[in-house]
Design a protein around this ligand. Structure first.
Ligand code: NAD
Length: 504
């Protein structure tokens, strides 16, 4: 069976109308074979604007439904995702090229955030605050915010939507989602799955709680500029964030920016090298290096360099690269030719700066439009470009350090600030790494790699990663507006700070 045929069958099972899959000018390709698997019609700016208006009407009704009841809709969404995990996971593998366990893992992450959000729907707490005025009570309440715009990247085509939507829905918001133009099919599948949850929920869920906008960045710009969208959660490259951030700021809208990473790991003299080796291999080569949290820089103490790096090179030489839909490959394809070209350009530049490259060559598989590569390990004499930038491909730059301060300096000397890790059994080093003078990233790990976060913690990074936080912890607060309320239950009217203003 061709990938296109399997895609059509999966979409039919997931409830996507066959009619929307052909006749348009947005060609969707599977990176697995490079073949076109659908041609979708793109939305016009006017259609996108109307979708936001409709979602705004839905918000006005949804905000009045009690939080725990809103949680029931998300519980049903989680049930539908559980029931369709196999099909949706397979579709993720087809559309992005992820190996089966990672395609399914992405759907599991969606289920996990639904479970988290259901609990959250009964925990949208505010504080009660001591007031200086007698006979008064001060408190804060959290109210639904409005239409939440979600712009997502190709590499987590469905999980990012669910991180945002599960929270937004329990917070009383509606959602308008602009998925990556490279992965619109999984978005249509989520839309169909969500529609089933809404149907089971019944009449209290308004129409248009979720709208999906198919198209490229021009459609995304409608969301960014629309006055009825008080928050845009945008996931993608730092380049995209540089365009979206100022536009949102111009109209005082909130931004959750989840942008590029250039994540490093430090391997210290006391590291468990067997464990480090496994974590580095998954972090750097997993998902073909196409995770925002992919390990891209390895900073190794000179005393263990010659024990670790030759073993790592062996792992690079022996890792299986190939079709993720058949066989047992651990590394699937790059998303497209542009990703392959970007990788080759970075490797050439690294060589010009003295880098010694292992791997990196294209793996032919009989599909000229599919781009499989051997992951590359590059030993670098110093941290210069292209090490300092994110290349969205499986390249791991390895550098030596002598003392711990130097390792920390190297670690923090890049623009991005997403994820980081240290391998050590020395508590002083691990604590310094996690301290104020240590890693400057939003995620800092000890004895695990940089990738593979769980939904319970807040996810996001600092500096050029954009500063946004989504998913667990108190990330929900971005999706609500806070009101401070002071209630006077006395017969007097004392003013704060001792101000007197007595009129006769
Ligand atoms: P991209 O920036 O090319 O596109 C991301 C999304 O933004 C797409 O939907 C695109 O259409 C839209 N877009 C682009 N320019 C826009 C604009 N001016 N206005 C509105 N929308 C616009 O990114 P990509 O290639 O799909 O994904 C890879 C990048 O995403 C990497 O840099 C990766 O690190 C990053 N990423 C970050 C996170 C995170 O949580 N920090 C997660 C996944 C991916």
């Amino acid at each position: 069976m061709t990938v296109a045929k399997e895609t059509a069958e999966l979409l039919a099972k997931l409830g996507v109308d066959k009619a929307v899959l052909s006749g348009g000018d947005l060609q969707v390709r599977s990176p697995v074979t490079g073949e076109v698997i659908a041609s979708l019609k793109q939305m016009s700016a006017a259609e996108a604007g109307k979708a936001v208006d409709a979602a705004h009407e839905a918000f006005k009704a949804w905000r009045l439904v009690p939080g725990p009841k809103r949680g029931e809709l998300v519980r049903l969404l989680g049930e539908e995702l559980r029931a369709h995990k196999t099909e949706l996971g397979r579709l993720v593998s087809i559309e992005v090229g992820k190996i089966p366990s990672e395609g399914l893992g992405e759907v599991q992450e969606m289920i996990d955030i639904c479970d988290f959000a259901v609990g959250l729907s009964r925990q949208l707490y505010g504080l009660t605050i001591a007031t200086e005025r007698p006979g008064h009570r001060m408190m804060e309440t959290w109210h639904p915010l409005g239409v939440i715009g979600v712009i997502s990247a190709f590499n987590f085509p469905v999980a990012v939507w669910s991180w945002n939507s599960a929270l937004a829905l329990v917070c009383g918001d509606s959602v308008v989602w602009k998925p990556s133009e490279k992965t619109p099919l999984t978005a249509l599948a989520c839309e169909a799955i969500f529609a089933r949850a809404v149907k089971r929920f019944g009449a209290d869920a308004p129409n248009d709680l979720l709208k999906v906008l198919i198209g490229d960045r021009a459609v995304g710009e409608v969301l960014v500029d629309h006055p009825k969208v008080p928050l845009v959660s945008a996931t993608g490259s730092t380049r995209m964030g540089r365009e979206v951030g100022p536009r949102l700021a111009k109209r005082f809208a909130r931004a959750v920016l989840e942008l590029g990473g250039n994540n490093a790991g430090i391997v210290t003299p006391t590291a468990d090298l067997d464990m480090a080796l496994r974590a580095i291999a998954f972090g750097a080569m997993g998902t073909a290096g196409q995770r925002c949290t992919t390990l891209r820089r390895l900073i190794v103490h000179e005393s263990v360099y010659d024990q670790l790096v030759p073993r790592l090179k062996k792992a690079y030489e022996s890792v299986s690269v190939g079709n993720p839909l058949e066989g047992k490959a651990l590394v699937g394809p790059l998303i497209d030719k542009a990703a392959f070209d970007g990788m080759q350009k970075a490797l050439k530049e690294a060589e010009a700066h003295g880098g010694k490259v292992t791997g990196g060559a294209r793996v032919e598989n009989g599909h000229p439009d599919a781009y499989y590569v051997h992951p590359a390990l590059v030993e670098m004499p110093s941290q210069v470009s292209p090490v300092t930038e994110e290349t969205f491909a499986p390249i791991l730059y390895v550098m030596k350090y002598k003392d711990f301060d130097e390792a920390l300096d190297l670690h923090n000397a890049v623009g991005a600030g997403l994820s980081s890790s240290i391998f050590t059994r020395d508590i002083m080093e691990s604590e310094r790494f996690l301290s104020a003078e240590g890693s400057d990233c939003g995620i800092a790990n000890v004895n695990i790699g940089t990738s593979g976060a769980e939904i319970g913690g807040a996810f996001g990074g600092e500096k050029e990663t954009g500063g946004g936080r989504e998913s667990g912890s108190d990330a929900w607060k971005a999706y609500m507006r806070r009101a401070t309320n002071t209630v006077n239950y006395s017969t007097a009217l004392p003013l704060a700070q001792g101000v007197s203003f007595d009129i006769d």
